[in-house]
Design a protein around this ligand. Sequence first.
Ligand code: SF4
Length: 345
Amino acid sequence: MTSGKAIVLPIRYPRELLRAFGFEPVEIWGPPKVEGTLGGSHLQPYICSVVKNALSFLLEDGLDDAEIILVPHCCDSLQGLGSLLLDFIKPKQKVLTFYPPRNKTEAAKNFLIAEIERLWKELEEITGKSPSQQDLMRCILEEEMADRLTRELYMNRERIGLSSREFIELLRKREYLHPKEFAKEVQDKLKITKEKEEKVRLILSGVLPEPMEVLDEIDAAGGMIVTDDTSCLRRRLLQPGTSNRPFERMAERLLSAPPDPVLGCSLEERIAFLEKLIEESNAVGVIFYNVKFCEGEDFYYPQVAQWLKSRGIKTLKIEADISPPLPKQVSQRIRAFIESLGGRA
Ligand code: SF4
């Protein structure tokens, strides 16, 4: 059952639902190489470059052949973008919204099931299709399989010896690849075994590592991203659901996501998750690589950094736009930070 491409904005949504209708979700986190001025002319100056670039991209008819645009309400800026597209810009594609709840209570689960059902009905109207429950469950299981392999990749991160950029680029292929194609690429990489190298073990936190040159800088300074706490990757790594009812299972999965400050998690949840990442990765430092004007990340930083300090973990906080080039000052700060942790001088 094919329907065409679906442009999807960050952060969380039920991928399997779009796939069950034959859509090929292509996520746009920016994109970074788009000039944000055109989008910026419709937005307040304090809106982040992810939203600015995304709007420029859409106004310039990027992914012109897409049939729908899905805008999850994951932050105020994304909600604003959704309203702008729906009420003013009105692109030729049908614009859909999705509202993930901010907590994990029973009420949140029921709300999420109703939200998934609403999206389902809208997709039925747009496509004139109604996938069977078996089709939907098959798509759910394919996504669960891709999540399981992603976890395996994180567990074997050091053995396979990819550079930070190769590792993150591989994981981010999930933003556009079918889960089966993604699984094939991950399985191929899992066959590799390389000799362990002495590197400064780091966790990357934030929304997304763009421009990707930031990862090259980390490696050049003798560092290695051993795991991440980013909205585009690890904070979206879901657990398998248990229910045999597809809508409920999708809701269970989405609610199993690690805490994301952008979505208003508690400080305690955030600290517990970072503790888990530190324990499983033996990291000695955390780089908070934040997108300028992304307030959700900023609110938590002082307390999280204080806790990390008390835990003996060094931190570096950087704020940057997602568009290249990476500012020289950012490269210098990364190098100095890694050097202070025993990396290359
Ligand atoms: S970078 Fe922050 S403010 Fe911008 S879209 Fe992402 S979550 Fe929202």
